[in-house]
Design a protein around this ligand. Structure first.
Ligand code: ADP
Ligand code: MG
Length: 239
């Protein structure tokens, strides 16, 4: 694996009123890796994704993508640079077809509708949803909706994919398929950061893990070292 840094988050702080959701957070994401972002509920994981994807700017700190300072760019501008994310609560357009939902993503890079449609079909096939292409998104099962989230993000042809709890609520066999899909995405050359609550799912899959707790980075390293870290064990037991 290359040690080239794709995304460099340095000393980022984000407050909501008096609440410090991210406090002096620094995370480096290496090109080609799968990085796990874990931590108890309310640790600040989704906030960090929002900061990276451009939902809102940090109060302090810098965010660099391929060396470029992106901290003040809009979400769509970051998407064009190659950052895509899924939402913890799936955000499909339920009355639109599954295909059209994915075309929304594809249009980010393919302004022509024929090209966008082709990309959308390819992405649906990649995600195992091709048979559902004509169905209204509202008719998908919960695990299919998670796949649709991933497909819409992938259709933007990202360099960096941020997955926010895409395995939550899946049965063990569905989660295995999800893990397989994430590996396939990485094998296509896409760098992945995944927030996942269930350690048993995420730890065997990721190359490195960063643990957030109370808005701060608590630990980082190889999964096998992180799960043995006393501070990490205490944070999880304290839930
Ligand atoms: P996690 O994803 O790790 O569960 P979040 O990043 O969603 O945690 O939330 C961290 C803290 O920031 C929580 O206390 C949450 O209520 C708060 N928070 C997150 N987003 C907002 C927001 N847009 N406005 C106000 N508070 C927020
Ligand atoms: Mg969250």
């Amino acid at each position: 694996m290359s040690t080239d840094i794709l995304l460099d988050v340095q000393n980022v702080t984000r407050r909501f009123g008096g609440l410090v959701a991210n406090s002096d957070v620094s995370v480096e994401v290496r090109r080609g890796e799968i990085l796990g972002l874990i931590g108890p509920n309310g640790a600040g994981k989704s906030t960090l994704f929002n900061l990276i994807a451009g939902a809102f700017p940090p109060n302090e700190g810098s965010i660099r993508f391929e060396g470029q300072d992106i901290a003040r760019l809009s979400g769509p501008a970051r998407c064009r640079l190659g950052i895509a994310r899924t939402f913890q609560v799936p955000r499909s357009f339920d009355s639109m077809s599954v295909l059209d939902n994915v075309m929304v993503g594809a249009f980010a890079k393919e302004p022509g509708s024929a090209a966008a449609r082709r990309v959308a079909y390819e992405t649906l096939a990649f995600c195992g949803l091709q048979q559902r292409a004509p169905a209204p998104a509202g008719e998908l099962t919960p695990p299919e909706k998670r796949r649709l989230e991933v497909a819409r993000a992938l259709a933007t042809k990202p360099k960096l994919l941020l997955l926010d709890e895409v395995m939550t609520g899946l049965t063990p066999s569905e989660a295995r398929l999800g893990v397989e899909l994430v590996r396939k995405v990485r094998d296509q050359g896409v760098t992945v950061v995944m927030v996942e609550h269930v350690m048993e799912i995420v730890m065997p899959l990721v190359d490195r893990a960063v643990v957030l707790n109370l808005g701060k980075v608590l630990a980082e390293g190889k999964p096998r070292d992180v799960v043995r870290d006393d501070a990490v064990i205490t944070a999880y037991l304290g839930e």
